[in-house]
Design a protein around this ligand. Structure first.
Ligand SMILES: [Zn+2]
Length: 342
């Protein structure tokens, strides 16, 4: 394990314990997950972490198998990715200049297809080799097997780079953003999809071992400014029909601005963290009183506790919620003990 001594964003050594429970394996597998928070800028990240080399191997081979149960992406997954990318493209297209396009962390590249079909010159990178091979063979795409920390492209090459969640997974986000800056053209655009910090599902899923950092708008602003980007807009529309996602459109600039630290963010996030856990506990308690759970009953209590409803892929969402709730049962006592001892 590698202990990170300085904040990823502001470099401060003033890091404090934030929480220690979250998902450590597949969905519903909960346990000790050590997350710290920076007292200066309020950035939260996984710490300690496994070594860079571990992640290189992990993402090359294991990731998709663990996440999706097989090495080859299913047809369902491919169709979903295609549809979702269409939603993103439709919204951002009028704000972009057509040209070279990079899908940063593209998997097998289904998200690249809508862009290719509308005349963009598309490229992809992904660390997962089987996905790269599938994308290159099945969809005839140009996907490089590479990590975001070192990309096989010339500088000032891309008009647009799209990152659908990849930056929360990257093992060195500073190197990754430096590389994005390098390969983007002057005034080139960066589209980022990230997970909103208003937790709509279980906090024990939100805080998990393969998302290394947990952003807010303020921490995004600082890390992007630090690397020479200007935020054009935050977009909270449901471009992929999921209300747990949010988007940023950023632009490569020449000058860098000063970072602004909100001193209240630290306290605000610590308080919110407790609220999220107690809210989930109350939600669980109400669920556990129901003798025979069904779709309508679950949806009713989801609504009451302001959780994501079951609209997208009803059956999958229903099963996932039940899995999360029954898994939570096993660790709920740990949560109580932790709260009582503080
Ligand atoms: Zn910091």
């Amino acid at each position: 394990m590698k202990k990170i001594k300085n904040c990823e964003i502001c470099d401060s050594k003033n890091l404090k314990h934030f929480r220690d429970l979250g998902r450590v394996g597949k969905p519903g597998e909960y346990g000790k997950l050590s997350i710290c928070i920076c007292f200066v800028c309020g950035h939260r990240f996984l710490n300690p972490r496994k070594s860079d080399n571990f992640f290189k191997k992990y993402y090359t081979k294991k990731y998709r198998k663990i996440a999706f149960g097989s090495f080859k992406p299913s047809n369902f997954y491919i169709k979903e990715q295609y549809k979702r990318s269409c939603g993103v493209m439709k919204y951002f297209k009028p704000k972009l200049k057509k040209g070279n396009f990079l899908d940063h962390g593209c998997a097998s590249g289904a998200t690249m297809l809508p862009w290719k079909e509308t005349g963009w010159n598309v490229f992809g990178i992904d660390p997962h080799l089987p996905s790269v091979i599938t994308g290159n063979n099945q969809f005839k795409l140009d996907i490089k097997h590479a990590f975001g920390e070192k990309m096989p492209f010339k500088k000032n090459f891309f008009e647009t780079i799209m990152s659908l969640g990849s930056l929360e997974h990257s093992y060195d986000i500073n190197k990754s953003l430096k590389e994005i800056y390098r390969v983007l053209k002057k005034k080139g655009k960066l589209i980022i999809r990230w997970r909103v910090d208003k937790i709509k599902g279980s906090p024990f899923e939100y805080y998990n071992h393969n998302h290394f950092r947990y952003f807010t708008k303020k921490t995004w602003r600082n890390i992007l400014i630090k690397h020479g980007f200007k935020i054009k807009m935050f977009v909270s529309k449901k471009l992929e029909k999921y209300n747990t996602y949010s988007y940023i459109l950023a632009q490569k600039e020449n000058t860098s601005k000063k970072l602004i630290y909100d001193k209240n963010l630290y306290n605000e996030l610590i308080i919110k963290n407790k609220i999220h856990d107690t809210n989930y506990l109350s939600f669980y308690n109400e669920f556990s009183k129901i003798k025979k759970i069904n779709y309508d009953k679950l949806n009713k209590i989801l609504k009451k506790y302001k959780k994501t409803n079951l609209n997208n892929h009803k059956e999958i969402s229903f099963k996932r919620n039940i899995l999360e709730l029954t898994s939570f049962k096993k660790i709920r006592n740990k949560l109580n003990l932790n709260n009582a001892s503080r």
